[in-house]
Design a protein around this ligand. Structure first.
Ligand SMILES: *Cc1c(COP(=O)(O)O)cnc(C)c1O
Length: 401
């Protein structure tokens, strides 16, 4: 998965450009910057790669979600449908923006299901925050149709899905807005960084303004720029964008390597009839960051996780049993269920849409208890890949008999 495996001379060169001028700020200072506009170039590359009109880089994937929510007009008291399997930032973004998260069921795509969304809709529902988990996409066509039918905003959290697509169209371009993360663990990294993409010009201007205290970014006197809306500081800096720029130029290579490596891992796992693979609506559009598979039940799944560890697979790659993870699945989110926060949020003053302590999500619960994700790395040699697949097969043979 991580572009951080490929940090090298290209990243250092882009960072060096910025260090030479000392203009670490993304706006203004035209004369001093000697033509270096790393954030602008990074945004242009992000827009081009995804085939969209507008891309705006920001400080993180979490702030990308917050910016997108605000720009789409989602705020105090608005119900937004979210999955219980995501990175917790999706939910935090909704809560801190004043919205009320409503948890709905996923399916074996590991993303929200159309039936799950349909069941969670109430008269207060304003949006669906669709998270394309673990590098691949939801059943997007049906979800787009449902959002149109019900007049709901579709916001795509594509933090984990740069490079994923459906019938040639990039994840993050099906809804009103798409949000990326470039933290240290994502497909490409800026160290810390995020991005928001859209084809909607008016929305793009709101995104651009909201992420920088409402600045309209017209003219060359920052202190005299107009401020059409209230915003906040969600800016990315030039150093981070410089790394992102070098990284996005490597995305085709990253995807090609991941797809090759995942294919070998899948072939090893496919020898075991107990293994079922995650549904991928368009296999050609899999960014292949994770090798996701299900076992028949929780006990068997735990046995397989233990066997993979015993075989030494953890020394070669990440083994994720998300069911036990403290940040990706709601089961261990005690703080969230209790809405513990240092300061009052709108949800504390409003009627809660669901009892978060007693959510009824049997399909999600069942899928999560049986899911294992193995990280697909970029820089493995053929020998390392062979060693890995041999160990996977040994582990499954010992666990499944
Ligand atoms: C990583 C991630 C985020 C947050 O990104 P950061 O850059 O770490 O703030 C949001 N949503 C999902 C689904 C993620 O995986």
């Amino acid at each position: 998965m991580p572009g951080s495996e490929l940090f090298g001379a290209e990243e250092r060169k882009e960072v060096q450009d910025v260090l030479e001028t000392g203009v670490l700020f993304r706006y203004n200072h035209d004369a001093q910057r000697k033509g270096h506009w790393k954030t602008r170039e990074f945004e242009a590359a992000l827009a081009k790669f995804n085939g969209v009109q507008y891309a705006h880089a920001c400080s993180s994937g979490s702030t990308a979600v917050a910016i997108a929510m605000a720009a789409c007009g989602l705020g105090a008291g608005d119900e937004v449908i979210v999955p219980a399997f995501t990175y917790i930032a999706t939910i935090e973004g909704a809560l801190l923006g004043g919205a009320l998260p409503v948890f709905a069921e996923i399916d074996d795509t590991l993303c929200l299901s159309v039936e799950g969304i349909r069941k969670a809709i109430t008269p207060k529902t304003k949006a669906v925050v669709l998270v394309h988990m673990c590098g691949s996409m939801a059943n997007i066509e049906e979800i787009v149709a449902l959002c149109k039918e019900k007049n709901l905003v579709l916001l795509e959290d594509t933090a984990q899905a740069l490079g994923a697509s459906y019938k040639g169209r990039a994840a993050g371009t099906f809804g009103k807005v798409g949000c990326f993360s470039f933290d240290f663990f994502k497909i490409i990294t800026c160290g810390e960084g995020g991005g928001v993409i859209t084809n909607d010009k008016a929305l793009y201007h709101l995104i651009d303004q909201f992420s920088d205290h409402g600045h309209d970014h017209v003219g060359d006197n920052r202190g005299m720029e107009a401020h059409p809306i209230i915003g906040f500081n969600y800016r990315i800096g030039e150093m981070n964008s410089a790394v992102g720029l070098a990284q996005i130029r490597k995305i085709d290579y990253i995807l090609q390597q991941q797809r090759k490596h995942k294919k070998a891992m899948k072939a090893a796992l496919a020898k075991f009839p107990q293994v079922k693979f995650r549904q991928i609506p368009d296999e050609n559009g899999d960014s292949a960051t994770f090798m996701d598979f299900f076992l028949p039940d929780e006990a068997t799944t735990r046995k397989v996780v233990a066997a993979l560890k015993a075989e030494g697979v953890a020394n070669l790659t990440g083994i994720q049993y998300w069911y036990d993870n403290n940040y990706h699945y709601i089961r261990n989110w005690e703080h969230l269920k209790a809405l513990k926060s240092p300061a009052k949020m709108p949800i504390h003053l409003l009627e809660k849409p669901q009892d978060y302590n007693n959510l009824d999500l049997p399909i999600t619960e069942n899928l999560m208890s049986r899911l294992i994700s193995l990280v697909v790395k970029v820089a493995w040699t053929d020998e390392q890949l062979k060693e890995l697949t041999t160990k996977i097969e040994k582990a499954l043979t010992s666990a499944l008999g």
